[in-house]
Design a protein around this ligand. Structure first.
Ligand code: G6P
Ligand code: ZN
Length: 540
């Protein structure tokens, strides 16, 4: 095996965002060594035993084939001797997290821009996970970025493409590249965490519809829902991963999973539960007949009903966590259960240490992410299995489960307004200027503002500190809004406004309840000063 050293020059924009490095596909295609620089930077900075396994896969999107083959070569060039790449290159983010832990791998690459569109005009992403199975922590991504800013060469093996169709081994001197099954171990994990007999029995008289959005969860959904749980294969929509996701946006939301959502809202919907996942399989959307379950509520319901889930039956249920903009519905449940509840910055990486330290069993985010201590990523199919377990145990519809939840705990009405297409400068200025506001007379629904400011977080396990993670304005327990900039976009800036209003009357319309708070927040931010419109581009 020949190893070549290739001279290269840094790219100033290789700073990873909320979830890895994400750029337009064209950036990777047209800018020489863009991928290679970043992979080399990752492999130089991670301080790991090069004889331990590393895992490589992706969500099937355009350019993954090139990214995977080049990463194998660069890993070989850098002296890694146990490279495990998934069959057909297909690996979901949660399955990668599990494989890392299961094989005692030191790191894993998932080539995915998550819920962002794919294809030649879409996005490409590189997610790096570390030995606990979780996303690389900020300290590491900072180092990777610093390295990428002074990179002068990368090292690459001169080897042919590996055939990824069948599981087999390839030897290169003392190094081995193994093509492995990216699905089977994850299926076994789910079988160990849930009572499949209970769910299978429930599904004999109740139907699940699942939309894999032509992204990574198709093979996993077929193996779990169809082969293990008896779901009709026709009830898995868009089950074949495609490089451009059939031109769709692989985002499990009411607007992008429209067919499924419309079915759920139709009067004669035949399904008891409808769900979808995203590009790389870590997000989930849960919908019942005529009821969209807000992700913050979903987290609270899973916490409140954790005893219905086998995974949570064997260990003490000690704590939960949510990101700052996620509604406080789960806090109320935690309080009732007498367990800890942590508030972290946005980004799954902040849950990892809490999970490692056994401080929490369950965590989630408003951005359609939920998971437990079984891995260190959010897990779309897992969340669906949690809901199936709850429905099978309670023998009630999704809307009955929600109503009894709200009747017991009250309801946190919630919405997220997204303002896309801001300039980066305008976005940053808005956040910077919030500090200067006159806040003396801030009130909402006769309730004074009780707390406001930029959110900072000190990780209780290692005291690492991070500031400016969104601006929060609280009106006691009754209302709150949060403003932050998205960290996952690839063009301009997206401002997100998160709105939460608590009311014990749970039968109101969410959009009606949060609208006055939205007006209040927009006036406070003074968005019109910075942007040509105050109309959100999307309301989630
Ligand atoms: C990714 C991360 C999530 C995070 C989300 C926020 O999906 O994995 O943990 O909540 O990004 O996205 P945003 O666009 O709001 O930064
Ligand atoms: Zn994702």
């Amino acid at each position: 095996m020949n190893i070549n050293t290739v001279v290269t020059a840094p790219y100033a924009d290789q700073c990873p965002g909320t979830s890895g490095l994400r750029k337009k596909t064209q950036t990777f295609i047209t800018q020489a060594n863009y991928l290679e620089n970043y992979i080399q930077s990752c492999l130089c900075v991670v301080d790991v035993d090069k004889h331990q396994p590393i895992i490589i896969g992706g969500d099937g999107r355009y350019y993954n084939d090139i990214a995977i083959q080049q990463t194998i070569r660069i890993a070989l060039g850098n002296g890694f001797t146990d490279i495990r790449v998934c069959q057909r290159g297909l690996l979901s983010t949660p399955a990668c997290s599990h494989l890392i832990r299961h094989c005692q791998a030191t790191l894993g690459f998932v080539f995915s821009a998550s819920h962002n569109p794919g294809g030649e005009n879409g996005d490409v992403g590189i997610k790096l996970n570390v030995a606990n199975g979780g996303p690389a922590p900020v300290s590491l991504t900072d180092e990777i970025y610093a390295y990428s800013q002074q990179i002068s060469h990368y090292v690459i093996a001169d080897t042919a493409d590996i055939d990824l169709m069948d599981c087999q081994y390839y030897r290169f001197g003392e190094a081995r590249v193994a093509v492995i099954d990216g699905v089977g171990d994850y299926v076994k994990l789910m079988q160990s965490l849930f009572d499949f007999a209970l769910i299978r029995d429930y599904l004999t008289s109740n139907r699940l519809q699942f939309d894999a959005m032509h992204a990574i969860t198709g093979p996993y959904a077929k193996a779990i829902f169809v082969d293990c749980l008896g779901v009709d294969a026709n009830d898995i929509l868009n089950a074949t991963p495609l490089p451009d996701f059939a031109g769709q946006h692989p985002d499990p939301s009411p607007t992008t999973a429209k067919t499924l959502y419309n079915t759920a809202m139709s009067p004669d919907c035949p399904f008891s539960l409808l769900a979808a996942s995203d590009g790389d399989g870590d997000r989930n959307m849960i919908v019942g007949h005529k009821l969209f379950v807000n992700p913050s509520d979903s987290l609270a319901v899973i916490a409140a009903n954790h005893t219905a889930i086998k995974q949570f039956q064997s260990l003490p249920f000690v704590g939960v966590a949510r990101s700052l903009p996620t509604s406080r519905a789960v806090d109320v449940v935690a309080n009732a259960l007498g367990i800890d509840c942590y508030e972290t910055p946005t980004g799954w990486k902040f849950f990892g240490n809490l999970l490692d330290a056994n401080r929490i069993n369950l965590c989630g985010e408003e951005s359609f992410g939920t998971s437990g201590h079984h891995i260190r990523e959010k897990d779309g199919i897992w969340a669906v299995l949690c809901w199936l377990s709850i429905l099978a145990t309670q023998k009630q519809s999704v809307s009955a489960v929600m109503q009894s939840h709200w009747a017991r705990f009250g309801r946190h009405y919630y919405a997220r307004y997204d303002f896309e297409g801001l300039s980066v400068q305008a976005g940053e200025q808005i956040l910077a200027d919030l500090t200067q506001k006159d806040t003396k007379s801030l009130q909402f629904n006769q309730q004074d503002c009780t707390e406001l400011g930029h959110f900072s977080y000190t990780d209780p396990t290692n005291q690492s500190h991070i500031s400016h993670q969104g601006y929060q304005v609280k009106f006691g327990e009754s209302a709150r809004f949060v403003v932050r900039l998205s960290g996952t976009g690839t063009v301009g800036a997206t401002l997100r406004l998160y709105l939460e209003v608590f009311d014990s009357d749970f039968m109101q319309q969410p959009d009606v309840v949060v609208a006055p708070l939205a007006q209040h927040a927009l006036a406070f931010i003074d968005l019109a000063r910075y942007h040509h419109t105050t109309q959100p581009t999307a309301i989630v």
